[in-house]
Design a protein around this ligand. Sequence first.
Ligand SMILES: Cc1cc2nc3c(=O)[nH]c(=O)nc-3n(C[C@H](O)[C@H](O)[C@H](O)COP(=O)(O)OP(=O)(O)OC[C@H]3O[C@@H](n4cnc5c(N)ncnc54)[C@H](O)[C@@H]3O)c2cc1C
Length: 507
Amino acid sequence: MEHYDSIIIGAGHNGLVCAAYLARAGQKVLVLETADKPGGLAASREFHAGFKAPVAHSVNHFPKKIVTDLGLESHGFGTSSESLPTIGLSEEGHHVVLQGGAVTGVEAGDAAAYPDFMKQMQRFADALKPFWLKTIPRAAITNLADMMTFGRIGLKLRMLGKEDMREFMRITALPARDLMDENFDHPILKSVLCWDGLIGSKMAPRSPNHAVLPLLYRMSGDYCGDPGSLIEALHAAASASGAKIRTATAVERILVRTKDGVLAAQGVELANGEKIEADRVVSSADPQTTFFSLAGVESLEIEFTNRIRRLRCDGYVAKLHLALNGLPEFTGLDQVGGRMIIAPHMDAIEFAYDEAKYGECSNEPVMEIVIPSLRDSSLAPQGQHVLSAHVMYAPRRLKGGWDDSKRESFRERAIDAIARYAPGIRGQIIHSELLTPKDLESDFGVTGGHWHHTEFALDQALMMRPTYQAAQYSTPLPGLYLCGAGCHPGGDLNGSPGHNAAHEILR
Ligand SMILES: Cc1cc2nc3c(=O)[nH]c(=O)nc-3n(C[C@H](O)[C@H](O)[C@H](O)COP(=O)(O)OP(=O)(O)OC[C@H]3O[C@@H](n4cnc5c(N)ncnc54)[C@H](O)[C@@H]3O)c2cc1C
């Protein structure tokens, strides 16, 4: 029987990052992936003949350290330190544009307040930045290294200075709505600035507990890029380091056997019955899939499995793909090359959320749109384009359950919303598809179809992510580690969970 140092379950971007680091350190590594190609939620897939799109449509905050360590640029990852302009769309064409630290389309007061607001948020993001690429120690400190990590966190915050530190503490759990109302007047500017704090979560501007953490996480990366070139580069880097990657190979279960008197993960069994041995198994699947479907509750303490069961994993984001016969035209917009947001005011987001909170799809969905084929011409035939939209809110647990007619009705609502800003778009659609969170769950093997594998909120963050006893990448089952979005720091195309897990394993 084959034997590896580490078997990694899943060739999503975190699995590939982890594999590349472990293989570079000399380990014999095998990555096993259910899908027929690597990438997980970032893999491009054909949704209509000649038209492709990844579910995750942009890389917004990828760490320089991982790019440098793994030589991702030499493997073809095209990085940029400039993010795409963000455009808050207005039906009348009076758009609000955020680019290069300035905002246009708003009154002078907002335009003057914006750079100061962003600079302060950037200082907060910079203070937290070093800790996204670190294991966060358990609350009960047991060694000097952990004490130093906590000490450094405290020092970084203290170094913000008295004023900033007080403000940081004040806004940590403040609803985004209050933060925006304190600083700005323009309704579109306020809703666009909320967006990065809530996209992917079960939250809206009035929810406490969200304004800051996801927003600062998303402000603390170094590079932007496109998912296709990131996945290709990670695949190449992991392979070049010696990791073996087998696609179209689903892991059926983790082999748990007694070793030195205790139960331990010692390999995997594939769907075809093949068994592969390893010193350790590292799972990039979400925590509920890892512990319940792959390891099995019988190997774990009930207190721990109860905590995993209570994780909030229901997704609220649907994905819309349109195959278009040309570039869409948005009223009053010269260029569609940015990230466009449809959320005319914070209440529009809140009302859309209220319906989903009670198990209904939003009647007036809000969304983020990009045209990925502008950056990656391989996604559509020449002269034609792909429109990709994250549409909120579509609850995984829809009242009465999802079926084709409910999916179609929500897809039409989403297209209607876009058509209010791009009136000719219906005439350009060659094909459309909407993936609900339930579809994302079944097609990508992510519990609840959740963007972050499990909710990214204060109570499921840092040394509580995904929960105590599994927050330092090791788990209560010896030989089993986690390395996916369900770990610290969280989801998005960021690679930190994969990086941190590899470092913890090598430590
Ligand atoms: C609708 C939507 C839109 C998003 N848009 C963006 C975006 O624009 N930008 C951004 O930064 N983030 C975005 N995200 C979030 C981002 O896609 C995820 O957080 C990220 O992909 C998680 O990466 P991962 O490697 O941890 O997991 P995944 O990408 O989920 O990869 C896990 C892999 O494990 C494999 N796997 C699972 N079980 C098994 C098994 N038993 N055997 C073998 N393989 C298995 C899966 O097939 C998958 O390939 C979006 C998420 C969603 C749901």
